[in-house]
Design a protein around this ligand. Structure first.
Ligand code: DLZ
Ligand code: SF4
Length: 518
C-alpha cells in the first residue's frame, strides 16, 4: 500500500490535514514545481521565488522529519508541467494505491482535484483544509439566504466561537470594533520598525537564479527579495511584528507615506497564505501581547478582525459565489487597464508610489490597494476582470480565493454589493488626508477642474453621476449625492467633461503582462 500525498504550493504547513494521521511508512509526499502554476498568470518574480523556495525548504523539513518525499523540480527531465500530469507520472513511479490531498485553495485547482479519481483510476480522498477557522460548509450554511452577508456579524460569531479576545461572553476592551481609532495620520518624525531582514541561503539563491532566468520578464523586480521562506524564519517575522510593530499597528493602519511603505503593517500575508504561518497562531500571538499589556486593544482587535473576520469571510464568499463571481460586472465597466499599472509611469503621485512599491516588493498595504489602486480603477470604470488579473499577478500574497473577492467584490463593487454595502470610491481628499503624497504631486488635490486638477476629483463625481440610479438611494451614500446636488448644473457639466477628457488621455496596457498569449 502506498498513499501518495500531493502538497500544493500554498499548503506548506506541517499540520496540514492530509499529513495528519498517516503512517509514514505507507506514504509518499509529493511536491511539484510545474510551469502551469508559474505561468497561468505571469506572477511577480518574488511571488514565484517565495513559493518555490518555501516548497524546497518544506520538502527538506519533511524528509528530516521521517517522511518519504518525492520532489519534482521545475526543470527536472520529463516534467509535464501540470499538477495532474506530474501526479500521474509519480503515481506510476511509486505504484501508488491511493491519493490523499487537502482541498485546493483555488476553484481552478479544486476542479483538477475532483477529476483525479477518474484520471488515475485510484481512490482519491479530499480532506477539508482545517487551517481555516471556518469550513466552507459552515460558511455556506451561515450565508444561506442572506443577500448581503455582513462581515461584522460573522466576525462576532467567530470571536464567540473561538473565544479569541473574549472576556467571558463580553468582547475584550468592552467593544467588538475599534476601527474608528485606527485612522490617525502619523506625526512627523515617527520611527517605524524596519522589517526583519533575512539572508538568502543556498536553496533560495538557486531559486532566485532560476526565477531570474525563467521569469525575469514578468512584472516586478527580484532584487532585494527578502521574504521568509521557512517556518522558522516566518515565526521570527511574526515575533518581530508582535514586539516592534503591533503596538502602533492600530493607530496608523490606514496611513500612507511616500518613503515608508510598511509603516506598522505585519507584512505576514505572503507567509500566511502559503502556509508557513497559521491564522490561529497569528491571532493568539496578538492576543497574548494584549493580555501582557504590550499592545493596545485597538491594535490587537484590528489585527484579529483582519485575520479571523475579514480573511475567513472573504474565503467563504469566494466558495459560495464561484464560479460566477469571476465574471461579475454589475457596474458594466469595460475600460482597459491603463498602462501605468505595469510601468508606474504616471504623474499621479499616489498611483506612481503604489505601483512602485508593488513592483519592488510584491506587496503594498491595504489602503494603497483599496483606496489608491482599486479606487482609481473603480471610478475610472476599468473592466473588473482586468484589474482582478492585475492584483492576482502582482502580490506575493495573492491566491484567487483571497484576491478575487477583495477586488471584484470589496474594491470594484462588481458583485453588486454582496461583499461590501457601498463602493469604496473616493476623491483626492481622502488620499490627501491619509497620506503625504499630494503635497509634491504635479496635480492640485483641491481643484476639481482645470489642467492642474487632481484626476481623482472629477472621476469621483463622474462615477457618482454615472451610477446615480443605483446608488442615490443607498443610505451610506446620501451625503455624497447631497454635495453633488449642490453643484450648479454648469459646474456638473464641467466636472463630467473634465473626467471624460482625462479618461481619453489614458494609454491602455499592451499585451503580454498577464499571460504570455495576450
Ligand atoms: C503560485 C504557485 C506557483 C507560482 N508555482 C507553484 C508550483 O510550481 N507548484 C505548486 O504546487 N504551487 C505553485 N503555486 C501555488 C499554486 O498555484 C496554489 O497552490 C494553488 O493555486 C492553490 O489552489
Ligand atoms: Fe493622487 Fe490627486 Fe493627491 Fe496627486 S493630488 S497624489 S493624483 S490624490
Amino acid at each position: 500500500m502506498t498513499i501518495l500525498i500531493p502538497v500544493l504550493g500554498d499548503q506548506l504547513s506541517h499540520s496540514l490535514s492530509s499529513l495528519n494521521g498517516v503512517d509514514r511508512a505507507d506514504a509518499v509526499v509529493l511536491l511539484m514545481e510545474v510551469v502551469e502554476e508559474t505561468t497561468y498568470v505571469r506572477h511577480h518574480p518574488q511571488k514565484i521565488a517565495l513559493i518555490l523556495s518555501a516548497m524546497r525548504h518544506f520538502a527538506a523539513e519533511l524528509s528530516a522529519d521521517g517522511w518519504r518525499v518525492d520532489y519534482v523540480e521545475l526543470e527536472a527531465p520529463g516534467n509535464t508541467g501540470s499538477f495532474s500530469g506530474e501526479l500521474a507520472r509519480v503515481a506510476a513511479r511509486h505504484a501508488a494505491t491511493a491519493i490523499r490531498v487537502t482541498e485546493a485553495g483555488e476553484w481552478r485547482v479544486q476542479q483538477m482535484l475532483l477529476g483525479w479519481e477518474q484520471l488515475l483510476g485510484l481512490p482519491v480522498t479530499i480532506l477539508e483544509d482545517t487551517r481555516f477557522f471556518v469550513s466552507v460548509a459552515e460558511f455556506t450554511t451561515w450565508a444561506k439566504g442572506k443577500r448581503s452577508p455582513v462581515m461584522e456579524f460573522f466576525y462576532r460569531d467567530q470571536r464567540q466561537k473561538t473565544g479569541l479576545l473574549m472576556d467571558g461572553k463580553q468582547p475584550a476592551g468592552g467593544r467588538w470594533n475599534f476601527d474608528k481609532e485606527n485612522r490617525e495620520t502619523p506625526p512627523r518624525g515617527l520611527n517605524y520598525p524596519a522589517p526583519l531582514r533575512t539572508t538568502p541561503d543556498e536553496i533560495t539563491r538557486a531559486v532566485l537564479a532560476l526565477v531570474g532566468r525563467r521569469f525575469g520578464d514578468h512584472f516586478g523586480s527580484l532584487d532585494g527579495f527578502n521574504l521568509p521562506v521557512t517556518r522558522a524564519e516566518a515565526l521570527a517575522a511574526l515575533d518581530h511584528f508582535v514586539a516592534a510593530a503591533l503596538p502602533g499597528y492600530g493607530d496608523y493602519q490606514d496611513a500612507m507615506l511616500a518613503e515608508q511603505d510598511t509603516l506598522y503593517h505585519s507584512v505576514l500575508s505572503p507567509m500566511l497564505n502559503c502556509g508557513l504561518l497559521l491564522p490561529r497562531e497569528l491571532c493568539e500571538a496578538a492576543e497574548a501581547a494584549y493580555r501582557r499589556g504590550d499592545a493596545p486593544i485597538n491594535a490587537v482587535e484590528g489585527f484579529v478582525r483582519q485575520v479571523l473576520g475579514w480573511r475567513e469571510f472573504i474565503r467563504g464568499m469566494y466558495w459560495v459565489d464561484m464560479p460566477a463571481f469571476a465574471d461579475a460586472n454589475e457596474l458594466g465597466a469595460t475600460r482597459p487597464l491603463p498602462n501605468f499599472y505595469w510601468t508606474a509611469e504616471t504623474d499621479m503621485r499616489c498611483l506612481h508610489i503604489a505601483v512602485r512599491d508593488t513592483r519592488d516588493h510584491a506587496w503594498s498595504h491595504h489602503i494603497q490597494r483599496l483606496m489608491v489602486l482599486g479606487n482609481f480603477a473603480l471610478i475610472a470604470g476599468i473592466d473588473p476582470k482586468a484589474i482582478d488579473d492585475w492584483f492576482l499577478v502582482v502580490y506575493a500574497d495573492a491566491y484567487q480565493w483571497v484576491e478575487l473577492p477583495n477586488v471584484i467584490g470589496m474594491s470594484q463593487h462588481a458583485d453588486g454589493g454582496r461583499v461590501g454595502t457601498k463602493p469604496y470610491a473616493s476623491s483626492g481628499a481622502y488620499i490627501n488626508r491619509m497620506s503625504d503624497y499630494c503635497g509634491r504631486c504635479r496635480y492640485d488635490v483641491k481643484q476639481r477642474t482645470g489642467p492642474d486638477a487632481c484626476p481623482f476629483n472629477a472621476l469621483y463625481w463622474d462615477f457618482l453621476a454615472r451610477h446615480e440610479e443605483r446608488f442615490r438611494a443607498n443610505p451610506r451614500m446620501r451625503n455624497m449625492y447631497r454635495t453633488w446636488d449642490r453643484f450648479a448644473p454648469a459646474e456638473q457639466d464641467l466636472i463630467r467633461a473634465q473626467a471624460a477628457a482625462f479618461l481619453g488621455t489614458l494609454t491602455p496596457a499592451g499585451p503580454g503582462w498577464v499571460t504570455a498569449e495576450r
